[in-house]
Design a binder for this molecule. Structure first.
Ligand code: ATP
Ligand code: SF4
Ligand code: MG
Length: 327
């Protein structure tokens, strides 16, 4: 079946006074219908840039060079402004890391939750009822009485629940969640992850879930994409990535005790070595400065995507060599 979202060969540069920052490099990624896809990577690996590119929320200095983003078969990058606008907040919605980004501090929750709904979603009182129902579902106590409150009347965890309620009110086909739990404490994080999972099952939407937290990804996601310095270096099912990682970077991330990953580590393990500059040449494997297997070939040639399993690919020359050995 056609994936809901198919990103193909996407390159994106930011123009800066120091030169062009290559923030996304040849990114290809599928989000199948009804599945949760995790994006994992260190700070600066391009996770938010990828999320904002899909949402069409890029800053002025961003330039997409080649690439396509097919959403329900239509290329978001070649769509008129108005066609795109009607997809946003209808088929596509987003939850941000900081809930205040999405909430207007000087308007009541009620007016924001009514305005986000579409004209076709009914009368004002129907929209109000739907808002109450959704607040109830995300665990806001006494939602009827809280509708007239302002965002600052709620705690951080409650505000993030309200953002989730707002993002799901329009029953999107795809929800993009960019580190929605990073600002919350660990107990709240677990609650929000379970809430997202329940709502996702109920609505049947897909989620693109950006996170530093491997345990949360293992808990919530069906598939995982590992990003490093603007590239998706490996992607596969949660099982493929956690139990049969093919890329040296993924293996380095998972080398620490798997029990620990499941439980409390909320940040990615740090791996030794030098983080590459995103400026300048794009030749060679982007991971070579930190890879203990790096060879001359890794300096001269970009690895292509090698298939490891049915739905499991990684970009590393070692996989090519293994294939030669095994065939
Ligand atoms: P984090 O985990 O810290 O949120 P991230 O994976 O979301 O990191 P991005 O914010 O997508 O990373 O940034 C990717 C790269 O692009 C970084 O090197 C960042 O400095 C650069 N970048 C992001 N936005 C801009 C911009 N507007 N202009 C120039 N460079 C930018
Ligand atoms: Fe390491 Fe080379 Fe594989 Fe890159 S291509 S991950 S440098 S072995
Ligand atoms: Mg980010």
């Amino acid at each position: 079946a056609r994936p809901l979202l198919a990103i193909r060969g996407l390159d994106l540069d930011f123009g800066t006074p120091r030169g062009r920052v290559h923030a996304l490099r040849n990114v290809s990624l599928d989000v199948p219908s009804g599945q949760v896809v995790g994006i994992v990577g260190e700070s600066g690996s391009g996770k938010s840039t990828l999320a904002y590119t899909v949402m069409g929320l890029l800053p002025e200095n961003a330039e997409v060079t080649p690439g396509a983003i097919l959403f329900e078969g239509r290329d978001l990058l070649n769509m008129s402004g108005s066609a795109r606008q009607s997809l946003l907040g209808d088929r596509l919605s987003m939850i941000f890391q900081d809930p205040m980004t999405a909430l207007n501090p000087v308007r009541t929750i009620e007016s924001q939750m009514i305005d986000i709904q579409h004209r076709e979603q009914g009368s004002r009182s129907e929209k109000r009822a739907r808002a109450i129902q959704m607040l109830h579902q995300v665990g806001i106590p006494d939602p009827k009485d809280r509708l007239c409150a302002y965002p600052h009347h709620f705690s951080g965890g409650m505000r993030q629940r309200i953002c989730i309620a707002m993002a799901l009110l329009v029953k999107p086909a795809l929800l993009i969640a960019d580190e929605p739990t990073t600002a919350l404490d660990a107990t709240l994080e677990v609650q929000i992850i379970h809430l997202l999972k329940d709502l996702q099952k109920e609505i049947g939407c897909s989620i693109l879930f950006v996170s530093h937290h491997l345990g949360a990804v293992a808990e919530l996601c069906d598939r995982v994409a590992i990003m490093y310095a603007g590239e998706v270096v490996e992607q596969g099912t949660v099982r493929d990535i956690f139990y049969n990682p093919g890329h040296p970077y993924t293996r380095a991330l998972l080398e620490c005790d798997p029990g620990r990953i499941k439980k409390s580590t909320r940040t990615l393990p740090t791996i030794p070595g030098e983080v590459p500059s995103l400026l300048g040449s794009k030749v060679g494997c982007i991971f070579r400065t930190r890879c203990r297997h790096a060879s001359d070939r890794c300096v001269q040639e970009n690895p292509v995507e090698y298939r490891i399993g049915v739905d499991h690919v990684a970009r590393c020359h070692l996989l090519d060599e293994q294939r030669l050995v095994s065939s």
